[in-house]
Design a protein around this ligand. Structure first.
Ligand code: FMN
Length: 362
């Protein structure tokens, strides 16, 4: 059910969705629109809602100008990053990046909005220009990012199309090494449901080894930056608990809860049947779902995680549309709140969420 009332600007956004039905094109335009909004309204002051975070794994504390983070996938190319500060974000997670550039899934369209649910179906397949290109774009924005008080994290994943003689662990660690100098924090994406490959978050023995190697890499660096592991919302409470215990044992910072909901489930997280979904990206692939129907799962996930592993740090992600929800997630134990899909449905969603968020509850 819709949790906010449409304004005139939201209806304008709906008209844009109708006029430009190519959702991937609209997705590409997000950064350009952010920059246009920044240039057109230079007087727009950031909404000061700063948060300070410290972490039990001993990684360096973070100070953000806003507890809202633009979730991975929205800035796949790291264009116009500083513009997101004036949109109400305290950080942007760039990527997901892989070591080599990727075109993603071959068949278009790969993204579509599911209007009646306030949702997006996506099977882009980790398209990105490669970590070297992204890292150098971030490096070029560093001065402006510092001036505007925006942190930049990098989401990384192993390349799903490795040759048989290439080591997946080595591939991810090489990507991490290039990302490291330019990232304020790292997210490791173990849960992409739409590359057409086996999901990594089902191979827990491998992941435990990999997280150990990531942790050793971090120990060898001069700055201990936070590292969150991004998990899938379709894990059972027991598997989620095991995954979080492994993150703690590896000495990493915490988890991003969650990635998109895999359409292979056939139902929404509530158990209600999914609508008819077309194939996207590749034959027989229906990819991942994001947006409004994910919110109850996100809240439950944060509550389950806080009970299971209270010492880890959690970033809530999935279906957040209002300030009340964002504040509910923070109270349930999320350090930060990530958004993406709502940007397609609510005009200037992050700023409005900050305005709605009771100040004494940030
Ligand atoms: C078009 C699209 C592309 C995405 N790409 C990525 C990605 O590359 N890496 C990732 O970790 N998550 C990706 N996501 C998932 C989001 O980061 C987020 O976990 C999910 O959309 C739930 O949040 P939301 O309901 O606020 O959108 C993508 C989501 C969408 C809609």
């Amino acid at each position: 059910m819709k949790t906010y009332q449409d304004t005139f600007a939201d209806r304008f956004l709906a008209a844009i969705r109708e006029t430009i039905p190519a959702a991937e094109l609209r997705h590409e335009m997000l950064a350009v629109l952010a920059e246009a909004a920044r240039v057109a309204s230079p007087w727009r002051a950031p909404l000061a809602r700063s948060v300070e975070l410290s972490f039990q794994d001993g990684s360096c504390p973070m100070r953000l100008e806003s507890p809202l983070v633009l979730a991975a996938g929205a800035s796949k190319k790291a264009w116009f990053l500083p513009a997101f500060a004036s949109m109400g974000f305290g950080a942007v997670t760039v990527g997901t990046a892989t070591m080599r550039s990727r075109k993603g899934n071959p068949l278009h369209p790969r993204v579509r909005t599911v209007e009646e649910f306030g949702a997006i179906q996506n099977a882009m397949g980790l398209n990105n220009p490669g970590i070297q290109v992204l890292a150098s774009r971030i490096a070029r924005s560093r001065d402006r990012l510092a001036q505007d008080g925006l942190l930049v994290g990098i989401s990384i994943a192993e390349d799903p199309d490795l040759l048989p003689d290439e080591s997946p662990d080595r591939n991810l660690l090489d990507c991490l090494a290039v990302a490291w100098p330019e990232a304020d924090y790292i997210e490791i994406n173990l849960s992409c449901p739409n590359t057409g490959h086996e999901r990594l978050d089902r191979a827990w023995d491998r992941i435990r080894r990999l997280m150990g190697e990531v942790s050793s890499f971090r120990e060898a660096q001069t700055t201990k930056k936070p590292i969150w592991i991004k998990l899938s919302p379709d894990l059972t409470e027991e598997t989620l608990g095991q995954a979080l215990a492994s993150i703690r044992q590896a000495g990493l910072t915490g988890a991003v809860l969650f990635n998109t909901w895999p359409a292979t489930q056939g139902v929404w997280p509530s158990g209600e049947a999914l609508p008819e979904l077309p194939e996207l990206g590749r034959p027989q692939l229906r990819g991942g779902l994001s947006g409004r129907p994910l919110y109850p799962r996100t809240l439950l996930g944060i509550e389950q995680a806080r009970r299971a592993e209270p010492g880890l740090s959690y970033l809530a992600c999935g279906g957040v549309e209002t300030g009340l929800q964002a504040s509910e997630l923070r109270e349930a134990g999320a350090d930060l709140v990530q958004l993406y899909t709502v940007m397609a449905f609510r005009w200037m969603a992050a700023r409005r969420i900050l305005q709605e968020w009771p100040q004494d509850r940030i």
